[in-house]
Design a binder for this molecule. Structure first.
Ligand code: B1M
Length: 208
């Protein structure tokens, strides 16, 4: 088995192949994080680049996303750590107007696996829904994801609405077009570029 087959399966949107290679790789003792970071995310990046250059189209993105999800479903349970006590509660969602959820779900799985209780609201989440969930769930952190330059700006509206509602909650943001400077400019408490860093950030926000 060649692990590049996993990259190719994600890139070419081949669900069955992606699932088969993922299972084979696990049986061969390859770590889930290696599969995700070194092959699967790279496949998604390449299909994104092809889309950007007019060499792939929305159906291709959907097929790749489907293959990625198939593999991630197998790997998710293995991302769980052995922490028994919960470190804190996090409400997570992709912001209004944005339907991308693969990265957000990966962040949610990592947070959960590392001991946080996670309430995953899904995609296309408006400020009111974030606030309602954070209040009802007595969340310590709201975590927002955005993949589009047109939707990342909505994060500022959510932050303003949360502050206005007087909730005592930390807010962390991320997603491909987001960066540290943007996060600071909209008043977020923290930014992380990937799922592993999101866990480190969440732990530091809980302790702050
Ligand atoms: Co879309 N799409 N898409 N898409 N798509 C991008 C984002 C794009 C960059 C592709 C491109 O042009 N190269 C581009 C955005 C351009 C821009 O805004 N500048 C784009 C576009 C244009 C669009 C549409 C407008 C296309 C159209 O319809 N014409 C449309 C918009 C729909 C909408 O949301 N309203 C659209 C639709 C879709 C699909 C539905 C087909 C599908 C999503 C399926 C799904 O998610 N269920 C899709 C996909 C698959 C992509 C790409 C190819 C891959 C995204 C992905 O899953 N990456 C993407 C190109 C790319 O990103 N290279 C693209 C893998 C994932 C693991 O990474 O999500 O970045 P990512 O998450 C990372 C980090 O960002 C971070 O951690 C994760 C793990 O490391 N992270 C966080 C994410 N959230 C975080 C939150 C945190 C911390 C870290 O909180 C603290």
């Amino acid at each position: 088995m060649e692990l590049t087959q996993l990259y190719e399966a994600i890139l070419n949107g081949k669900l069955e192949e992606a699932v088969a290679v993922t299972n084979e790789a696990l049986a061969a003792g390859i770590a889930p994080q290696t599969l995700i970071n070194d092959y699967m995310i790279k496949g998604m990046e390449e299909i994104g680049a092809r889309f950007e250059h007019g060499k792939a189209f929305v159906p291709n993105l959907l097929m790749s996303a489907r293959a990625m999800k198939g593999s991630l479903d197998i790997l998710k349970p293995l991302l769980k750590g052995d922490t028994s006590a919960t470190l804190g509660k996090i409400v997570i969602g992709t912001v209004k107007g944005d339907l991308h959820d693969i990265g957000k779900n990966l962040v949610a799985s990592m947070l959960e696996g590392c001991g946080f209780e996670v309430v995953n609201l899904g995609v296309d989440i408006a400020a009111e829904r974030f606030i309602e969930a954070a209040r009802d769930e007595k969340a310590d952190i709201i975590c927002m994801s955005a993949l589009l330059t047109t939707t990342m700006t909505y994060m500022k509206e959510v932050i303003e609405a949360v502050r206005k509602a007087g909730l005592n909650v930390k807010i962390m943001v991320g997603g491909a077009p987001v960066n540290e400077a943007f996060a600071r400019s909209i008043g977020a408490d923290g930014y992380s570029s990937n799922a592993n860093a999101a866990v480190v950030l969440a732990k530091s926000l809980i302790q702050a």
